[in-house]
Ligand binder design. Structure first.
Ligand code: GLN
Length: 545
């Protein structure tokens, strides 16, 4: 008989933003380290078919997968915590996607004249999506977006309630994350919000098996017992979800309280204990690094870290690889436009991340000029690389009007342009280069190893993309002749067309741009090679030994 598949559903109550994604990812990490084949799924209750069109201001970053799926930022957490699972478009779906599938089927006559309803048709579609995404694993950890009590998430909750009945109680576990605030005036941890949240869950037929209680201190046994009693679970199924300085501490804290052991027990999974030594070493490096560096990130979404979540994590990973703490300073490019260069002088290295739209562009170009001429390590990602090409074209290659078709469609020196083949496509979404593409790396130039090869130590790599514009091939010669080296390129198998993937300056301490988004592939236990190399360059420039 095939092994029985197990499911863990993670819901959240009381407030949003108390760390449901990290908690789910931590459970995934712990169970994987116990030797179980896991996957992770995110169900989002909004009506957008995917988050690709949503502003990062509102919803955090869009995390891109190899297959080109534009997903929720929680998929980024999953990818960083879980080592072996391969995520695809199946692992992240929204109410919009579910309704879209059901309505299409209805229009095609797929329901044979029946009245199509939320129950059973929407809920069946949700269950089908969960089952498809977990086809090849032993355990699926499924996070339900939103907070219990929202109207939007009801169909998801109904679907998972049904799954416990259909799959068998011993194969399905409900984990609920709530908040237990400490009220200083009373000198007490307050359990009432948790009680209310669980009450709401139970009203819709879901009895949580395990409670994770976010709080600023460990819950003492009597508080756990009290919560357990009111919420109908044993006290030893109540866990502290402690505030931490690094998110990578979360699974270690859960493990210390015995969470993975309890989960294995409840789901009747027989496994050994996890080996967390590498993970603990990594956390120790984050907590106690040898030294520190400061990296200036020049962008326009300066005040919201979540829109650059994977980027800031990748920099932390680069720090772990070099035993330094990476202090990230967000620099508003419009401030640089106003002439404020001191912001740039105070950092050890400069990074320009991906982005869309014209605002703040000239400030970023000034920051690149500064990095290039002052020998400050520079890393340009996607838009950051495109702007590095524009800066070089204008200031070194003599193309005074160099620009991007994104900002000046009619300009005759658009060194960044839309590909000829895409020009006739009207739907903007249809013109994006999305997902994994191979990139050929140049090993040596003028007898010297390129920065790109020095970082990756291989000639063929695969990286994820999310952009519409490319370096324009007709301008390449003029730029390359003046010394901007193309050290990575994509060569189309069908047409032989080349696209620039990486550029660098051979005579600069470290100046590199890439058209792809390396941050999506960085992991805490294995920093992405470009981030490791960039942080090392920052460390060298800071004079840290
Ligand atoms: N706006 C640029 C483009 O579409 C860069 C995109 C990005 O940085 N992700 O090509």
């Amino acid at each position: 008989m095939a092994k029985q598949k197990k499911y863990i559903f993670v819901t959240g109550g009381v407030l949003s933003s108390i760390g449901k994604g990290i908690s789910a990812a931590s459970i995934g990490m712990l169970m994987e380290q116990r030797g179980i084949k896991v996957t992770m799924i995110k169900m989002d209750p909004y009506l957008n078919v995917d988050p690709g069109t949503m502003s990062p201001f509102q919803h955090g970053e869009v995390f891109v997968l190899d297959d080109g799926a534009e997903t929720d930022l929680d998929l980024g957490h999953y990818s960083r915590f879980v080592q072996t699972a391969q995520f695809s478009r199946k692992n992240s779906f929204t109410t919009g996607r579910i309704y879209d599938a059901v309505i299409r089927r209805e229009r095609a006559g797929g329901y044979l004249g029946k009245t199509v309803q939320v129950i059973p048709h929407i809920t069946d579609e949700i269950k089908k999506h969960i089952q498809e995404a977990s086809a090849d694993v032993d355990l699926a950890i499924v996070e339900v977006g939103g907070t219990v009590g929202d109207i939007e998430s009801l169909p998801f909750l109904e679907a998972i309630r049904q799954m416990k009945v259909e799959e068998g109680a011993e194969n399905v576990l409900f984990v609920h994350l709530t908040l237990v605030p400490y009220i200083a005036a009373a000198g007490e941890l307050k359990t009432k919000p948790t009680q209310h949240s669980v009450k709401e869950l139970r009203e819709i037929g879901i009895q949580p098996d395990i409670l994770l209680c976010r709080s600023d201190r460990k819950l003492p046994k009597d508080v756990k017992d009290k919560i357990g009693l009111f919420c109908n679970v044993p006290g030893h199924h109540v866990f502290s979800a402690l505030d931490v300085s690094s998110i990578y501490e979360v699974p270690l804290n859960y493990h210390d309280e015995g969470l993975d052991e309890r989960i294995a027990e409840k789901l009747h999974i027989w496994t050994g204990r996890p080996d967390l030594s590498k993970w603990s070493e990594m956390v120790e490096k984050i907590r106690n690094p040898k030294s520190e560096v400061t990296i200036g990130i020049v962008g326009k979404y300066t005040d919201w870290r979540d829109s650059y979540k994977s980027l800031s994590e990748a920099l932390i990973h680069g720090g772990v690889a070099n035993d330094v703490r990476v202090n990230m300073v967000y620099i508003d490019s419009e401030e640089i436009e106003k002439g404020n260069r001191d912001l740039l002088r105070s950092v050890d290295a400069i990074l320009i991340p991906g982005g869309f739209g014209e605002r703040g562009i000239e400030g970023k170009i000034l920051a690149i000029e500064f990095a290039r001429t002052e020998n400050v390590p520079f890393f340009g990602i996607c838009l950051g690389m495109q702007l590095a090409v524009i800066e070089f074209a204008r200031n070194v290659a003599g193309l005074k009007n160099a620009n991007s078709a994104e900002f000046k469609p009619a300009c005759d020196q658009n060194v960044i342009d839309i590909m000829e083949s895409q020009k006739s496509v009207k739907d903007l979404g249809g013109t994006m280069r999305l997902g994994a593409y191979p990139c050929q790396i140049l090993e040596k130039h003028d007898g010297k190893t390129t920065r790109a090869f020095a970082a990756y130590e291989q000639e063929l790599i695969s990286e994820r993309h999310r952009h519409r514009f490319e370096v324009s091939n007709p301008f390449r010669k003029a730029i390359e002749e003046k010394g901007l080296l193309v050290s990575g390129k994509f060569i189309s198998k069908e047409s032989g067309t080349e696209l620039v993937e990486m550029v660098e300056l051979p005579n600069h301490p470290w100046f590199l741009g890439c058209q792809f988004h390396p941050e999506f592939l960085s992991k805490p236990l294995k920093a992405h090679p470009l981030f490791a190399a960039f942080v090392r360059a920052a460390r060298d420039s800071a004079g840290v030994k």
